[in-house]
Design a protein around this ligand. Structure first.
Ligand SMILES: [Fe+2]
Length: 230
């Protein structure tokens, strides 16, 4: 099953889709690329919105998109911006992908250290499985790689934006992750139909050429396993 783990396709929630029409166009674009399942992951910033309001607005936006023949299928989640205290936050599990303990986390765009390590440990201890959003985007902020290396070696999943496979520098980083057997998941991080489009096919094509069909099957199976869908 082909899964897009990171999308901003719910309408009028964040800096993603700004209308139902745009959301449906994004879903159609994913469908054309044979995506079976997309996880809707609107931004959640604990400092800007309370959880109750976020969940209510997310459900309402989802309701606007549900079609009988909905393809790809949609699962609800969130892209939770890292915050101090998230490891102990009572209701954070409500932001996990529906029916799972998997939580997509946008890590700080700054040097990582003890705080990041400690919050992730607390989440893991509670049985939450962190998925680190667009893992290729933090590397340049790490003058010291100690915490970064420690974190990517925790039992977490590493989500790669498919567009990272299209640029030489980030592609090299993603290839390294793959060659060291890190658990990689793919997401488009699509926001609209203009500059940040739902584009997954070109990235998958690059992986296909480099590592063969078996590797793509492995990525898809890893995603299915995490979501327990078949
Ligand atoms: Fe995102």
């Amino acid at each position: 099953m082909r899964i897009d783990f990171h999308t901003h396709l719910l309408p009028n929630l964040d800096d993603g889709s700004q209308s139902v029409e745009e959301s449906l166009a994004m879903l159609d674009a994913l469908h054309l690329q044979n995506v079976d399942l997309a996880v809707a992951t609107p931004h959640f910033y604990s400092s800007r919105k309370n959880l109750e309001d976020f969940l209510e607005q997310r459900d309402r936006a989802y309701g606007l998109l549900v079609r009988k023949d909905s393809a790809p299928k949609l699962l609800l989640g969130a892209e939770v911006s890292f915050f101090r205290g998230m490891g102990k936050a009572d209701r954070i599990t409500e932001l996990a992908i529906t029916g799972t303990n998997a939580l997509l986390i946008e890590m700080p765009f700054s040097q990582w250290g003890r705080n990041e390590i400690s919050e992730l440990h607390q989440l893991l201890d509670r049985g939450i499985t962190p998925i680190l959003a667009h893992i290729e985007r933090y590397f340049s902020f790490q003058k010291d790689l100690t915490a970064f290396n420690e974190i990517i070696n925790l039992p977490v999943f590493l989500q790669v934006n498919t567009e990272a496979l299209l640029a030489r520098k980030t592609r090299r980083f993603v290839f390294k992750l793959i060659e060291h057997d890190f658990p990689v998941l793919l997401g488009t991080d699509c926001h609209n139909m203009k500059k940040r489009r739902p584009e997954i096919g070109a990235g998958r094509q690059i992986l296909l050429r480099k590592y063969g069909a078996a590797y793509l099957e492995q990525i898809d199976a890893l995603g299915e396993d995490l979501l327990k869908v078949k």
